[in-house]
Design a protein around this ligand. Structure first.
Ligand code: ADP
Ligand code: MG
Length: 244
């Protein structure tokens, strides 16, 4: 059974059909890229999966549950973690505290006052800081981090919830080429723990880290398959050479 199944999903905004009969399947422990021209519906699809938008038509199944009409917090509890394009980092807190807060959003407050839970949370926070190359800035103000580091902190915050799937919308926007390369290296190890659906403009970046791609065009799936299959697709080449 796939981890995530998007089946015939449509989303209308008034008379605009942002998504039209979209099918996407994501297996466990795989990275899935969403590409396509501006306005093709990539962000809308991520939001429909996260519950930020409700699908107007179709079904979304996650880990055996029909989540089509669930609230975002219910989807989050089932293991869907979404990092938005807009920042969620609290700039006046340290990276350590940002991570602690995002973990606490998932647990009830009572177990937290018991020291054992606090200690294990501390260990988890330190481990995640280490993993996202933020350990040396653990107690600095988050606002003093570089743009790229703030993006990594947000990804780290999303990972604190131990998701089964992580949704990222253009995480490398505004990053230097060096930060982009580092982002790929930071993301790859999480494949052992969860799946990823990622929207990216940088095709080289997405080709390097993804197993499968879905290409959207005007709200419809233009093509999908392995990176090699999509690269060889004449339909995709036509869209990318003539319209992007
Ligand atoms: P992408 O992320 O691929 O650039 P989007 O999913 O943001 O595209 O947008 C797809 C289409 O839906 C665009 O035409 C956009 O203007 C429209 N759209 C997206 N969000 C909304 C909204 N909240 N209200 C109205 N129209 C929207
Ligand atoms: Mg978008």
């Amino acid at each position: 059974m796939p981890l995530l199944e998007v089946l015939g999903v449509g989303k209308s905004f008034g008379s605009l059909q942002a998504l039209d009969s979209v099918d996407v399947t994501v297996e466990e422990n795989t990275f899935h890229g969403l590409i396509g021209p501006n306005g093709s519906g990539k962000s809308t699809l991520l939001k429909a999966i996260a519950g930020d938008h409700l699908a107007s038509r179709g079904t979304i199944r996650f880990d055996g549950t029909d989540i089509t009409n669930l609230q975002p917090f219910e989807r989050s509890r089932l293991g869907i973690s979404f990092k938005f394009q807009i920042t969620a980092v609290l700039p006046e807190l340290s990276p350590y505290d940002n991570l602690l807060l995002s973990a606490q959003a998932e647990y009830s407050i009572w177990p937290l006052v018991r020291s054992r839970t606090k200690d294990s949370l501390h260990d988890t926070v330190m481990e995640v800081l280490e993993r996202f190359s933020l350990i040396e800035y653990a107690d600095d103000l988050a606002s003093s981090l570089s743009h790229g580091q703030q993006q990594w902190l947000e990804i780290a915050m999303a990972m604190m919830r131990k998701p089964k799937i992580l949704l990222l919308d253009e995480p490398t926007g505004g990053m230097s080429p060096e930060e982009r390369r580092a982002t790929g290296e930071l993301l790859l190890p999480i494949k052992k723990e969860c799946s990823l659906v990622i929207v990216e403009h940088d095709l080289d970046f997405i080709k390097d880290i993804c197993d499968h791609l879905t290409v959207l065009d005007q709200g419809q799936v233009l093509d999908h398959g392995t990176v090699a299959q999509v690269e060889a697709s004449s339909k995709v080449q036509e869209v990318y050479t003539t319209r992007v």
